[in-house]
Design a protein around this ligand. Structure first.
Ligand code: HEM
Length: 512
């Protein structure tokens, strides 16, 4: 009998462990089974909804949301995708459950081109991202970094001079503005505007194409051997080109440091600021003392610089071009903005920073532009764990696209949402874009919201104010404002499909 009991003991012990485990698994399984996925179009076996790939734009997803609601589910191969198109669901994922929804998804191309997420924008939420964010907010994008703000003022001056030299001729405003924002970010990052900039723009354009290229391996990993576009070779070449370009700049900056020739704090560029944290080996801990808690490698420095280039160039350019386009299309509003500029500033001098406070209608115009044309129309997040939202099941590692474009046009939140009407923002109770009103989130909200908002807004305010105060604008070839093409193209940002071309006339009486 004793022998029998002795033999049974391990069995009892095993049962003691296994039974609760089975209960737990059963519970988890029931939780999953009981909660359905959010509604969405039915997909095919294996590929799921991959045939709907062309609808994964802000417009395509907004259309699907009309049919399936503010939270919809798509399955792309192995990947679960959720599209969020209502302010309330956006609040759930960006505020209430932001600890689960603050990771970033990254395609194979993004991982490779960001040196395996060595940057901030694509790093997952965690200690590394937190320290990188602290570094960016406190050092790179801080208002105290006077050099960035200075480069905005200087480059806006240059742009005004270029326009003044072309009075009465058609000016490609779209290109002019892109050059402006590229010069601002390039100079803030590297300290000069002309050295090698054309080569850098070529590298950025190839990065941009590769970020947007369709790669079957992102959705069905076992099909990674299919590479008809030669993406793998292009990725390797693009990163090599960037390495060559930035390594040289880093070496020059390091040489300056070695020669004790570092510019004084007020004149450092971003590479100088980042090199202060440089080491051959990365190190991150959560101490509050930034200098001792973070060490950056070359890869980190390159990847952060690319964040600034991508985050700060097309976003601001797109907002400036849309603001001008909407105002040219709406002559009444244009008249009102220009009248306000004449009243507040007068025509004898240029706009200055101190005037902004009083330019209320201009501010409303820029808000209305960001509502209708948020430069980043889809905010891309990923879930770190299984989650429940609005009674639906969202599995771990789902890609979550928050449609800021659709939310800014939500019928339940905005009167006549498709109409450009800046005056709506004159009312005191209107939502603000700082991140706590979920019907208006052009800069996102919460942990992953835009850390460059202040710098971006400064460039937007200053550029639009100068372009409208110094000049009046007319469309070329007798084109009527109502004939303006208001289509956008979808990429990382959503700029106008065709560049704005307009003819300037001088408006101020002071020298430009
Ligand atoms: C009008 C101008 C701008 C707009 C509308 C804008 C908008 C945004 C949005 C919507 C996000 C993503 C938020 C999310 O995922 O929840 C973002 C992130 C980011 N932005 Fe901006 N941005 C602007 C200007 C800038 C500038 C000037 C910089 C840098 C100099 C910048 C750097 C970044 C970076 C690095 C991130 C990633 C943050 C992270 O993942 O933690 N942005 N921005």
């Amino acid at each position: 009998m004793d022998i029998l009991l002795q033999n049974l003991q391990p069995l009892f012990l095993a049962l003691l462990l296994i039974v609760p485990l089975l209960f737990l698994l059963g519970f988890v399984f029931r939780f999953r089974r009981r909660l359905p996925y959010p509604p969405g179009p039915k997909g095919l076996p294996i590929v799921g909804n991959m045939l709907m790939m062309d609808q994964l734009t802000h417009r395509g997803l907004a259309k699907l949301a009309k049919e399936y609601g503010g939270l919809l589910h798509l399955k792309m191969g192995n990947l679960h995708m959720m599209a969020v198109s209502s302010p309330e669901i956006a609040r759930q994922v960006l505020q209430v459950q932001d600890n689960i929804f603050s990771n970033r998804p990254a395609t194979i191309a993004i991982s490779y081109l960001t040196y395996d997420r060595a940057d901030m924008a694509f790093a997952h939420y965690g200690p590394f991202w937190r320290q990188m964010r602290k570094l960016c907010v406190m050092k790179l994008f801080s208002r105290k970094r006077a050099e960035s703000w200075e480069s905005v003022r200087d480059e806006v001056d240059c742009m005004v001079k270029t326009v003044a030299a072309n009075i009465g001729k058609p000016v490609n405003v779209g290109e002019l503005i892109f050059t402006l924002t590229m010069n601002i970010t390039y100079r803030a990052a590297f300290g000069s505007t002309n050295q090698g900039q054309a080569e850098f723009i070529r590298i950025l354009q190839e990065f941009s194409k590769l970020f947007g290229a369709f790669n079957i391996a992102d959705f069905i990993p076992w099909l990674s051997w299919i590479d008809p576009q030669g993406l793998n070779t292009r990725l390797a070449e693009a990163r090599k080109a960037l390495d060559k370009f930035i390594d040289l700049i880093i070496d020059e900056h390091m040489q300056k440091r070695a020669d004790n020739n570092v510019p004084d704090e007020a004149n450092t560029d971003m590479v100088d600021d980042l090199l202060a944290f440089y080491s051959d080996e990365a190190k991150v801990n959560e101490s509050d003392d930034l200098q001792n808690s973070i060490r950056l490698t070359r890869d980190n420095i390159k990847a952060i610089i690319m964040d600034v280039m991508f985050g700060g160039t097309e976003t601001v350019a797109s907002a400036i071009e849309w603001a001008l386009t909407e105002l040219i299309k709406s002559p009444e509003d244009m008249k009102r903005v220009q009248q306000e500029l004449a009243d507040v500033v007068g025509l004898e001098r240029r706009v200055e920073e101190g005037d902004f406070e009083k330019l209320t209608f201009l501010k409303c115009t820029l808000k209305e532009t960001l509502r209708l044309h948020p430069p980043i129309p889809l905010l891309l997040h990923e879930t770190a764990e299984d989650a429940e939202v609005a009674g639906y099941y969202i599995p771990k590692k789902s890609r979550v696209m928050i449609n800021a474009w659709a939310i800014g046009r939500d019928r339940n939140s905005w009167e006549e949402p498709e109409t450009f009407r800046p005056a709506r923002f004159l009312k005191e109770s209107m939502p603000d874009f700082k991140g706590s009103n979920f019907e208006f989130i052009p800069f996102g909200s919460g942990r992953r919201s835009c850390p460059g908002m202040q710098l971006g807004l400064y460039a937007l305010d200053l550029a639009v104010a100068h372009l409208l105060h110094c000049f009046t604008w007319e469309l070329p070839d007798g084109m009527k404002p109502s004939e303006l093409d208001m289509n956008d193209v979808f990429g990382l940002t959503a700029p106008r499909a065709t560049r704005l071309v307009a003819i300037p006339t001088k408006r101020v009486v002071c020298q430009l």
